[in-house]
Every structure is written in structure tokens, then in C-alpha cells.
Design a protein around this ligand. Structure first.
Ligand SMILES: [Zn+2]
Length: 331
């Protein structure tokens, strides 16, 4: 069975194919382009909750920080409504008494592991509504805010920090949580409004961010390649069911919540997967060190998918795709 890649962006690229898997999985060296020296560049990554920055784009951020860029994560909410999944006995009382406080501590540790700066935007977590029918969102929570109000703190931050590049989630939030969808809306709104002197004139001098990207952590190519790499190496794959279902219906999206954007940009960052793991582990109330995020061994990423993937959605500079650098066109 031959399943062509949906992308065809990179010459000779074929991934995740069941037959001849060995040959198909080999990463072409020409596609692994190290992040260039990046002094003077600033990157702002907008996320919904503390821990999202460590599961989406963390190694990319550590790579740019190491290359001399200033990298800042803005967390829209404090993660107040997260579950307590994995607090150690010593921290359980703290987690129950003040989860937001404990998550601030975890976030500071994650930021240190990645070598990045961090700001709280200050809204309250909406929680993931569950049940049928779904209950209403909590009063005053992030996803219930008007767009104008919710975007204001991010407009202010953009005008202060003056990033050349922003990253955020796609229209479906990259993951179907109301705060993730709101994070997308707020990011796009702030990207536009920060550049417009007529908008939010009280929040600083206008600043035009040059490029806006969506995260592609759930790229079907990536998931299938990792899946077949694990099968090939006799490792249990957490993606087995998902990949089988996708191959039975290749006309459907692999993840129903992932918008069908093309990957335009791959950032080589395998030297920083360990830093990513340390950042994830820092969010210990949220992330199980034996769980899903650690099901793929680091060496498998290094060997078979040494990138983090993005879609360039808006560029105010000339930047032909595919690219291997978020600041391409600005250097
Ligand atoms: Zn989240």
C-alpha cells in the first residue's frame, strides 16, 4: 500500500509508509538545518495554560534561546482548573490548597529548563467542560471574555516586547479545549491590532509582528513517522489506533480537531529534546512521567523526526516556503 504524503513540500519526502518503511523513514541530512545565530531576534509564543508551552514547541524555543534570540512565552491563563494528576506526596497539600500557586512554581522551573522568559496574561482557566449536555463555562473565565477585552493584555505585551515572530494554535485550538480556541482568536486579533495605531491607542506604540505561525505538533506525517519508527524498533506505539483509523480513511483528518494546514516550516531542534523533557517533567501536577508525552523515546525523535513543525499563516515579509527558520526573510 502506498500512501502519498499530504504535503509534498520537501523534495523526496515520503513518510509513514507501511511498505519499505526502513527506507522511507530515513531523514535526509539536507532537511536538518541547524537554527542560525539569532541575536537581536525576539519570538513570542502564546499558550493557553502553563504546561502547553512544554508540550508544543518547547525544543524549538530552547534552540532559538540558545542561538541568542529572546524567547518569551505568554500563558493566557493560570491553569487554575487543571486536574491534579501527579503531585508528589509532599506537594499534594499545596496542590489542593493553591493549585495556581503551585503551577506558577512549575512554570518557572519549565522556563528555566528551556532558557526562556515568561509572562502571565492573567485570565482564569475555563476548564474542560464535560458531560452531555456540556455545562456552561465558568463565569468570568478566559473563554467567556469578549475578544476586545481578552486581546488587550496581549496587544500591550506585543508592543512592549516587539517580537518579529509569533506562534499560536490553529482555528481549532490545536486541541479542543475552549481556552485553546480562545488563545487562537486572541493571538490573531492581537497580531493585527498591535500594528494598528487606531486600535488600543492607550496600550503603547504600534508594533508590527512580521510573521505568524500555527503549531503543528499533531501533524499526521509526524505522528505516522513516529508510529512506524517505533513499530520498526519493537516499541509499543501510543499512536497505533489513531494511525490504523487514519489509514482506513485517509480522506479524513487524523485528528478531527486539527485544521488541515500544510506544514511549511520545520525547525531542527534535536539537541533540545532533553530540555523539552525536563520542562515537561517540571509540570509535575499535570504530566505523568510514565504517560503519553513520554511514550516516544527521545532517541526516536532524534533519529526519525528531529524537528518541530509549524505553518506560516501570515507574513509581512518576503519568506518563501518551505523554510527551516522562523526568522527567514528577516535576516
Ligand atoms: Zn492547555
Amino acid at each position: 500500500m502506498f500512501i502519498p504524503t499530504s504535503l509534498g513540500l520537501f523534495a523526496g519526502r515520503q513518510t509513514g509508509r507501511p511498505d519499505g518503511i526502513e527506507e522511507q523513514l530515513i531523514v535526509e541530512e539536507s532537511r536538518v538545518v541547524p537554527v542560525p545565530p539569532s541575536e537581536g531576534f525576539r519570538l513570542l509564543a502564546v499558550h493557553a495554560h502553563p504546561d502547553d508551552e512544554s508540550s508544543k514547541g518547547a525544543a524549538m524555543m530552547a534552540a532559538y534561546a540558545h542561538a541568542g534570540a529572546r524567547v518569551m512565552v505568554a500563558s493566557c491563563t493560570g491553569g487554575e482548573r487543571g486536574d491534579i494528576l501527579n503531585a508528589s506526596a509532599g506537594e499534594l497539600a499545596h496542590a489542593h490548597r493553591d493549585l495556581a500557586g503551585l503551577r506558577r512554581k512549575e512554570m518557572a522551573e519549565a522556563a528555566a529548563a528551556l532558557g526562556i522568559e515568561h509572562r502571565w496574561i492573567g485570565f482564569v482557566d475555563s476548564g474542560l467542560p464535560q458531560g452531555d449536555p456540556l455545562p456552561p463555562l465558568p463565569f468570568g473565565s478566559f473563554a467567556t471574555q469578549s475578544l476586545e477585552r481578552a486581546a488587550a493584555p496581549l496587544v500591550k505585551l506585543i508592543r512592549e516586547f516587539r517580537p518579529q515572530v509569533m506562534t499560536t494554535y490553529d482555528e481549532n485550538g490545536g486541541y479542543p479545549h475552549p481556552d485553546h480556541i480562545m488563545t487562537h482568536r486572541v493571538s490573531v486579533e492581537a497580531f493585527e491590532a498591535a500594528a494598528d495605531p487606531a486600535r488600543y491607542p492607550e496600550l503603547g506604540e504600534p508594533w508590527e509582528v512580521s510573521k505568524l505561525y500555527y503549531d503543528r505538533a499533531f501533524s499526521p506525517d509526524r505522528i505516522r513517522t513516529l508510529h512506524y519508527a517505533m513499530v520498526e524498533n519493537g516499541i509499543d506505539s501510543p499512536y497505533e489506533e489513531r494511525v490504523k483509523a487514519f489509514e482506513a480513511h485517509p480522506d479524513e483528518e487524523m485528528f478531527r480537531w486539527v485544521s488541515p494546514h500544510e506544514t511549511t516550516t520545520q525547525i531542527a531542534c534535536s539537541d533540545f529534546f532533553e530540555a523539552r523533557d525536563r520542562a515537561l517533567v517540571a509540570h509535575r501536577t499535570q504530566i505523568d512521567p510514565e504517560g503519553f508525552f513520554f511514550a516516544v523515546p527521545t532517541w526516536v525523535y532524534e533519529k526519525y523526526w528531529p524537528w518541530e513543525d509549524y505553518t506560516l499563516v501570515t507574513s509581512r515579509v518576503e519568506a518563501p516556503t518551505p523554510e527551516t527558520d522562523l526568522f527567514a526573510g528577516l535576516r
